[in-house]
Design a protein around this ligand. Sequence first.
Ligand code: DGL
Length: 263
Amino acid sequence: MKPPIGILDSGLGGLSVFNEVQKLMPDESVIYFGDSAWCPYGARPADEIQRRVFTVTDFLLEQGCKLIIIACNSATIAAVEALRAQYPVPFVGMEPGVKPATALTKTGTVGVLATEASLAGEKFHRLITDYSNGVNVITRPCPNFVELVEHGVLSGPKARGIVEEETLPLIEAGADVLVLGCTHYPFLRPLIQEVVGPDVTLLDTGAAVARHAASFVDQEGTETTTPKHRIITTGDLSHLEKIFPTLCPDIPPTQVRFSHSNL
Ligand code: DGL
């Protein structure tokens, strides 16, 4: 068996990155750790997120992971530098796409949707100082989006109402590009696009992160063990099993083994 790639998130949002990783590296196996019992990370202080991410990382490394993708902006901002300083394996983190957004805007205003923890992080402030280039960057935390995705509610009147409430003020303030700066948010992308209209560009960095991760992986050989992926949750296992096909429609169910962790 090839050593797996480890992917972690506060919950199910990182599955949006898992989808991109599988598209790009279909012969790799993945251990996905969704820390739904501790979700949301976005409302927690940075030191608490960091301690939790170290615990999950220790677990993934014990399972033999060769590379860890921190598929969570909040966890990346709180912990990635400390993780790199402590462990020898490569870590790939998330970063809200502020730089491409400022290059794309025509109105000179971009909106960044992210968690409170991400928006408060020093790393995020550095990103704005380094890349805003005179562009007006407005931000908005959307904890309700995380809750919708954790419950598998990606459409319908309740989800639409929440999406309207969070996104329309940014459009009214002139934003023509919205950065989806949390890995849960891409699951709401079709609904967000419908609400803000076709002229607003939505950006997320899942595919770019998968490409970055691929640069660390020697993709020789095919993983033949079945099922090849382990999807672990600290939350409700039967709920995960039920909504997984909605979140990861291209991953064949036969390729996945689900389990619960009390970590
Ligand atoms: N998916 C996480 C991120 O990218 C955060 C969700 C949460 O608040 O736990 O920031």
